[in-house]
Design a protein around this ligand. Structure first.
Ligand code: NDP
Ligand code: HSE
Length: 436
């Protein structure tokens, strides 16, 4: 049978990894797909740059639209990133009758609704396994393997860069900035690393997972987002003393009130499996009403793990080339006309325990003021600990762990504590997740 011709947009970390896997495992992949797969064309920004893959047989161009519209090409791999240009390139590929595989979570989370509608209209597939949790096949699990379940919640470590930075700071005592540079050097970070450390990348991924889990249109704007920039080494040390690890989690829960979607740093008990997911590894914990809890673990970023997911999607697409378009797996798991709109809960409606690190003057009566402010809002204290004595500046860290409390009450208590004359810096507040 005639080989399937593939055009690749982007030969960076993921693109080069994908071409490398396709050539290294070509015979096995062809046996699985039922056809040979040949990368014939690729688009890059810089034609002269050396590549981490063999490009001898690939025709290179700087124009992604030339690849997206080339009549010899059957499938486009969009591995360039970004939102605007990649949207136009994918839309062009679909207009020219090509299936698309992408690793671009920003594109799917923000423009997926439009692109899926265009693809469905044309009877084409957009596959995006690599967009969430790198090499972990979690999209397929949620969309296909757990299709018999009502999904109640999921929680995951969704950004390899954040997990790598938090792990290295805890284990090696290394500095945040140095670890971010290392994550960039290793090819984990986004082109703009603020997307990683600011929580936006994890929010892109969470919005994709929650749409598939709960059968809604993609709604990135309803995710509450916090990054890890405010976490200091001392918070990691204090959390450790209290029996917790700090993890950057994406959490999606559905109950009778609506959808709770958020990404932020969390204290997680050391005994929890998620607390022990280290380095660039990702993990996603999914609760289904029939299956119970399942945990999916693997490398969340990097050339080869991400290529594994891209190539798996490509094999699926090649297998579906002969399938009836009406019987393909829907993009968001539920049939497009069955997607629901669910109410998104504001972050103020959340209830959970909190870790608070105050920086206050070491003087009589200060702790009494702090406990009064918390008590007035029914925020109950589980642990309170002053870390040492006031130094030359007379200020001291005080760490508090609360019982479950309403987010709005904790937030207003924090504001009042920060307004005290004795308060010397902003309060560091990290939510504590029991993952029940
Ligand atoms: P890189 O920056 O390493 O690669 C981007 C590639 O796109 C480069 O080859 C670049 O060309 C090319 N490119 C950029 N702009 C243009 C343009 N205007 N015209 C033609 N080519 C262009 O990114 P990654 O490989 O890390 O990421 C690619 C995608 O995969 C992103 O969507 C990212 O979010 C996603 N992803 C990344 C993971 C990772 O671990 N890195 C994991 C999972 C998903 P040139 O090389 O010449 O500059
Ligand atoms: N920058 C992303 C991360 C790449 O660090 O997880 C994988 O999506």
């Amino acid at each position: 049978m005639k080989p399937v011709n593939v055009g690749v947009i982007g030969l960076g970390t993921v693109g080069a990894g994908t071409v490398d896997v396709l050539s290294r495992n070509a015979a096995e992949i062809a046996r699985r797909a039922g056809r040979n797969i040949t990368v014939t064309h690729a688009a890059v920004r810089n034609l002269g740059r050396s590549r981490d893959c063999d490009i001898a047989a690939i025709s290179l161009t700087q124009d992604p639209f030339e690849v997206a519209s080339n009549p010899q090409i059957d499938v486009i791999l969009e591995l360039m990133g970004g939102e605007e240009l990649s949207f136009d390139v994918v839309a062009t590929a679909l207009r020219h009758g090509k299936h698309v595989v992408t690793a671009n979570k920003a594109l799917i989370a923000t423009r997926g609704n439009e692109l899926f509608a265009q693809a469905s209209e044309a009877g084409l597939v957009i596959a995006f396994e690599a967009a969430v949790a790198g090499g972990i096949p979690v999209i397929k699990v949620l969309r296909e393997s757990l299709a018999g379940n009502r999904i109640d919640s999921l929680a995951g470590i969704l950004n390899g860069t954040c997990n790598f930075i938090l792990t290295e700071i805890r284990e090696q005592g290394l500095e945040y900035d140095a670890m971010l540079s290392e994550a960039q050097r290793l090819g984990y970070a986004e082109a703009d690393p603020y997307f990683d450390v600011g929580g936006i990348d994890a929010a892109h991924k969470l919005s994709i997972l929650s749409s598939i889990a709960f059968g809604t249109h993609l709604n990135f704007n309803s995710v509450y987002i916090e990054g890890i920039e405010h976490i200091r080494q001392q918070d990691i040390v204090y959390a450790n003393e209290l029996g917790y690890r700090i993890k950057h989690l994406g959490i999606a829960r559905k109950d009778e009130r609506g959808l709770d979607l958020r990404v932020h740093p969390c204290l997680v008990q050391k005994s929890q499996l998620l607390a022990n997911v280290s380095g660039v590894m990702n993990a996603v914990l999914i609760h289904g009403d029939a299956v119970g809890a399942t945990l999916h673990y693997g490398a969340g970023a990097g050339a080869q793990p991400t290529a594994s997911a891209v190539v798996a999607d490509l094999v699926d697409v090649v297998r579906t080339l002969t399938a009836d378009p009406g019987n393909r797996v829907p993009h968001l798991a539920f049939q497009p006309d069955e997607l629901a709109e669910l109410k998104s809960l504001p972050i103020t409606a959340i209830e959970c325990a909190h870790y608070l690190r105050l920086t206050v003057r070491d003087e009589p009566g200060v702790l009494a003021e702090v406990t009064r402010i918390l008590g007035q809002r029914r925020v109950s204290i589980k642990v309170i600990s002053q870390k040492g004595f006031g130094g030359d500046d007379g200020v001291v860290p005080v760490v508090i762990v609360t019982h479950h409390a309403r987010e709005a009450d904790v937030a207003s208590a924090v504001t009042e504590i920060e307004d005290l004359d004795a308060s010397a810096a902003a309060v560091v507040r990290i939510r504590l997740e029991t993952l029940d």
